[in-house]
Design a protein around this ligand. Structure first.
Ligand code: NDP
Length: 465
């Protein structure tokens, strides 16, 4: 579907960390492709000049991806800066003036969530909301109630088709590939159900701690930071029904439908952990009970998935940094070969980061007299790390074009919070684990009915390249 393109990009939080690490590289990439033919107005608290913002942008690029002089020459003259408090009406008056005769501005709120409502109201009172689109950063609320409250404020000012709730994870190439692989191949659909699939595992492992983000992390924890959003989205892409082609919003409809069918998590289906040493991190309370590890067992109430558990695990200070999905198929009957064949032989493995792999786990016969097998993987795709379009480039470009496919809709966000709401905070015990391990041993008991956790390796194929 074609929409009218935004003709000005306003980014709140221009001097912040996210802008520095992600937004300037995305803007340069957009400029490089010739997709940034509009003024770009940064708005933040400190009293900088536009020249200072441009210097800051260059510095950001030097640290994050490198300066492309030709692209930067396109970007820099478009960048201007407005300094002012988000609580002050004057800030928005200056913005109104700077927007000039722009007819379809895009306001990107790369700011702390506590300020979302203030800025949205400021935009409305100054008339900067007219015919505008608004992009919001995650986290979108802290629980179901706060998400509903925020949605109420937003939709009182902007129509839903002008609201873009970012989950940058959805902009990642390998995550897109999941959706593509599922629905572009006819061999998957006949087996993609409870008849053939035994369980699904999703692991997001990081081999580092919270580092200098202790204060931020204390407000989040693993469940709010990555399970409620990124990992439920991955689960939704793996389990959604085929979207009806051509129907407006078809992909988001299908995803929302499956998230609504996910049972709210119960206390018995969650294990929370915290790595030893987390409480000594600057910004972290000495008696903090915030989890740096979470493992959950999820069920979907649908004809396709009844009885198929979905295990999700995320943690910091684990042995590797990698995100992998394992879709385990049921074992074949034993009537043909001997009973020594292992239980967990057939699976699909989707490695989403740092490198991308799509693999099918199979058994092949070992040479020799006996009908004995060995495991092998048929690799459909393997791309060593780093070869992808920047997620923020894709998402900002989509928002400028009014395409909401990769953004979270109001009902989807609320459905996702409904899944995790019962287990937020201290609803379940917290177990310590040693850094460099796969989390507390209690997580093993959670999956015991379906075998063991699949632990992603450091790029297992790197040595075979
Ligand atoms: P920062 O704290 O680094 O930046 C905050 C920005 O908001 C600064 O530009 C600051 O301007 C501005 N600001 C804050 N209060 C005011 C105010 N009252 N008036 C005017 N300007 C104000 O935050 P981040 O960049 O880290 O995060 C921004 C958003 O992005 C958050 O929602 C976060 O959850 C999300 N996010 C961040 C990620 C990251 O890696 N940092 C990753 C994913 C999401 P100044 O300092 O000049 O006053």
């Amino acid at each position: 579907m074609a929409y009218d393109v935004s003709d000005a990009l306003v980014f709140f939080g221009a001097t912040g960390d996210l802008a520095y690490k992600q937004v300037f590289p995305a803007l340069q990439a957009l400029a490089k492709r010739g997709h940034l033919n509009m003024p770009v107005i940064g708005v933040a608290g400190r009293s900088w000049t536009s020249e200072q913002l441009r210097d800051h942008a260059r510095q950001s690029l030097q640290e994050h991806g490198g300066v492309d002089e030709a692209a930067f020459a396109q970007l820099a003259p478009r960048l201007t800066y407005i300094g002012g408090d988000y609580h002050a009406a004057e800030t928005y008056q200056k913005l109104r003036q700077a927007l000039g005769d722009a007819k379809r501005p895009l306001h990107y709120l790369a700011i702390p969530p506590s300020l979302f409502a203030t800025v949205v109201e400021g935009l409305q009172q100054s008339g900067c909301d007219q015919n505008a689109r608004v992009v919001l950063e995650k986290p979108f609320g802290r629980d179901l109630e706060s998400a509903q409250e925020l949605n109420k404020i937003l939709t009182s000012v902007f129509p839903e088709d002008a609201i873009f709730r970012i989950d940058h994870y959805l902009g990642k190439e390998p995550v897109q590939n999941l959706l593509y692989f599922r629905f572009a191949n006819s061999f998957l659909e006949p087996i993609w159900n409870r008849e053939y699939i035994d369980s699904i595992q999703i692991t997001m492992a990081e081999n580092f701690g919270v580092e200098d983000r202790g204060k931020f992390y204390e407000e989040a924890g693993a469940i709010r930071d990555v399970v409620e959003n990124h990992l439920l989205q991955v689960a939704a892409l793996l389990t959604m029904e085929p979207p009806a082609r051509g129907a407006p919003d078809a992909i988001r409809d299908a995803k929302t439908q499956v998230v609504k069918a996910m049972q709210p998590l119960s206390i018995a289906n969650v294990v929370r952990g915290q790595y030893q040493g987390y409480r000594q991190t600057p910004g972290v309370a000495p008696d903090s009970t915030v989890e740096t590890f979470a493992a959950v067992k999820l069920r979907i109430d649908s004809r396709r998935w009844e009885g198929v558990p979905i295990y999700i695990r995320a943690g910091k200070c684990l042995p590797v940094t990698s995100t992998e999905v394992l879709v385990e198929l049921k074992r074949p009957p034993r009537v043909v070969f001997d009973a020594t064949e292992p239980e967990h032989a057939n699976y699909y493995r989707f490695r989403l980061s740092p490198d991308v792999t799509i693999a099918l786990g199979a058994r092949v016969k070992q040479p020799g007299e006996a009908m004995q097998g060995e495991p092998t993987e048929l690799i459909a795709r393997h791309i060593p790390g780093g070869d992808e379009m920047l997620p923020y480039e894709r998402l900002l470009s989509d928002a400028m074009h009014g395409d909401q496919t990769l953004f979270a809709r109001e009902d989807m966000v609320e459905a996702a919070w409904s899944v995790v709401d019962p287990i937020l905070g201290n609803a379940t015990p917290l177990h310590e684990y040693a850094p460099g391990t796969w989390g507390p041993p209690q997580a093993n008991a959670l999956i015991a009915g379906n075998g063991v956790w699949h632990n992603p390796q450091v790029d297992p194929l790197a040595s075979k390249q």
